[in-house]
Design a protein around this ligand. Structure first.
Ligand code: PDD
Length: 297
């Protein structure tokens, strides 16, 4: 459990470590006025900042997608993350939240190139949730924009979709459909199993290139499973033998009900059990890419 009181947590804002209660930004920050920014959520398992290079690579491509220059080197970024964890000691697993906005300007759609970005980072405990019995999800039209490969902070559509899912039989996720094809969850990627073949939608501008998704494809293929990155239509989703959703803060989660109908026999399937085993083993034995001892600040 996080030892600090919520508002006493130490966060990082624009060059300084300070208590969350003292972290202030201008009301003309474009992240506040336009949602003009990007973010990352990086899990920290047993003190190891998980797949940190993949996450920082994705942050860099999101920033490039919005033409924002963070102005901080990758090494400096890593040392900030390590120092943040050092200042917020915790026993369980944590998640790092990083957000970069274009910065403070007049409220005007047009921005100048020389704006100084706002960089905020914090860490908090990953709520321990047991999904091993499976979860229910709804499907919904993908009402988001067409640059979903950019991890933008403008998440209003995803917020509305997740709350609709929760209001509908307390479901965890909304699996989204665009032009009859599955894209992803409102805050997760999607896998199905059909006739022994594992499938996940290919990466394009309609989905976020999920770190957990990419890791699962790697692990499944290395284990000899047939795993295809391919189109999945709505009917294939409904008739799948198994459906999983993946994400940094949930791992690999079995879906047992879709729009109120059972998937398979309504229990987590054998392919999911294998996938979860691969993921959990990797979390413990995988390359520990960045730990607090790696960076003396
Ligand atoms: N969400 N797709 C979307 C739209 C997401 O928001 C996320 C993650 C994912 C999974 O990506 P990854 O495996 O890299 O976490 C897919 C994060 C956790 C969030 O918004 O909190």
């Amino acid at each position: 459990m996080q030892t600090q009181d919520f508002m006493l947590r130490i966060v990082y804002l624009n060059g300084a470590f300070l208590p969350l209660s003292e972290a202030k930004i201008s009301v003309l920050d474009r992240g506040f006025t336009f949602g003009d920014g990007v973010y990352e959520v990086i899990p920290v398992f047993n003190g190891n900042i998980f797949r940190v290079e993949d996450h920082l690579n994705r942050l860099a491509s999101s920033l490039a997608g919005l033409n924002i220059n963070i102005g901080i080197s990758r090494d400096k970024l890593k040392s900030i993350l390590v120092e943040l964890l050092r200042r917020n000691p915790a026993t369980g697993n944590q998640q790092l939240y990083l957000q970069v906005t274009r910065g403070v300007t007049e409220r005007d759609h047009i921005y100048e190139d020389n704006v100084t970005p706002t960089f905020f980072a914090m860490c908090k405990a990953i709520t321990k949730r047991d999904f091993s019995a499976g979860v229910c999800v709804i499907t919904h039209e993908d009402i988001r924009w067409k640059y979903c490969h950019i991890k933008a902070t403008a998440l209003l559509a995803s917020v509305l979709l997740k709350n609709l899912a929760k209001a509908t039989a307390n479901c965890l996720e909304a699996i989204l459909i665009r032009n009859g094809m599955v894209t992803e969850g409102a805050s997760s990627n999607v896998f199905i199993v059909a006739d022994g073949i594992i499938k996940t939608p290919k990466k394009d501008n309609n989905v976020l290139p999920g770190i957990t998704r990419d890791l699962m494809v790697e692990l499944l293929r290395d284990s000899g499973s047939l795993c295809q990155e391919t189109d999945i239509n709505e009917q294939e989703l409904q008739q799948a033998d198994e459906i999983w959703i993946t994400g940094s803060t949930i791992g690999v989660v079995p879906v047992v009900t879709l729009d109120g109908k059972k998937i398979g026999d309504g229990k987590p399937g054998r392919y999911w059990h294998q996938a979860r085993e691969l993921y959990e083993t990797y979390k413990v034995n995988g390359p520990h890419t960045l730990q607090q001892r790696d960076y003396v600040v």
